[in-house]
Write a new protein. Sequence first.
Length: 390
Amino acid sequence: MANVFSKKPVVLTRGKGALVWDINGKEYLDCSTSYGVALLGHCHPKVVAAVQAQAEQLITCHSCYYNDKRAEFVAKLVKITPKGLDKVFLSNSGAESVECAIKLARKFTGKPEIIALMGAFHGKTMGALSATWDKKYREPFLPLVPEFKHVAPDNADKIREVITEKTAAVLMEPIRGEGGVRVPPDGYLQAVRQICNEKDILLIFDEVQTSFGRTGKLFGCQNWDVIPDIMCLAKPFAGGLPIGITVAKENIMSSLKVGEHSTTFSGSPLVCAAGSAALDALIEENLTAHASEMGKYFKAQLEGLMVKHKIIKEVRGLGLMLGMELRFDVYKIILKAASKGVLVLDAGRNVVRVLPPLVIDKQQIDRAVSVLDEVLGEEENERASSTISN
Ligand SMILES: Cc1ncc(COP(=O)(O)O)c(C=O)c1O
């Protein structure tokens, strides 16, 4: 395989709910959810049953044909999307959902320019990468797609200042995930919406990481009651199978004509059957409300660690999308936590990102916090003794 993933020394072979097991049978609490995919926990029984049943019926069916499972999934999806967002394009990944949104914005407005935020992450295909901020992802591949601009986040005036007659859209994550789990100040998303209305440009929310109940609302933007014109979804929407979804207002989506955008696997029956079951589980098990409650509990416990460990600079996040900023590089902390049976992620250089499944319970949260406590304590001791010996 290409050597492009920052590998952890763990071979995972099995998962159930919030837990996964490695090849030697060692158990881990999964607060990474495979980068925000396994939000229902691993191998949710409804998803497993739906995949098993559908695998015996029809696995693949190009979107040039109609299909019952695709129709069912899309109908369920648009029942819960914010008002007006009811036309759907299905693909296979987050980056693809962003690619579609970029093409859609250019096609609908007839203008080329996209404004994105410093610190943003939108994926690594060439269009999505052009909106992604971090130079370590961008620089090896220059030149990227032209007409992308980045502005400082959390200040709507910065967006207003750079809009020109060539601007098609503003593209942003409601909460920046990879950029360090950064929740915007109240009023910011509303102000950006207002500017887009005034200037007659589109607002695109990349909700690839912030949707499906993750932040305590079905969609992150609902925390601020702001509805975009286009929304990008992916990761958890097919219960663990690959999916990308671009949702747009009808007049915007209908600007794309036959053949102007497509992908072979768009809306495969297997993925859509899994997606339908995943949406059922999310709604029937009331997991968004559970995520909100568990998120408050988890955040409070992490804030408790901050009082104890001076190496924690800040704890932030919303719902079960949490970040703990340390005063140094977190990679060692993540490896140590894994060795003690808790999987967490990084977000940039110095933020430990905690993305547990929505089904996590208080006992499991206590277990994660106790391991982080231990690991942070060990790190502090090591740092103290190396300062003394220096
Ligand atoms: C906000 C956001 N957008 C887009 C992507 C890209 O998704 P994918 O890796 O499925 O292409 C990610 C992935 O982490 C993401 O967090």
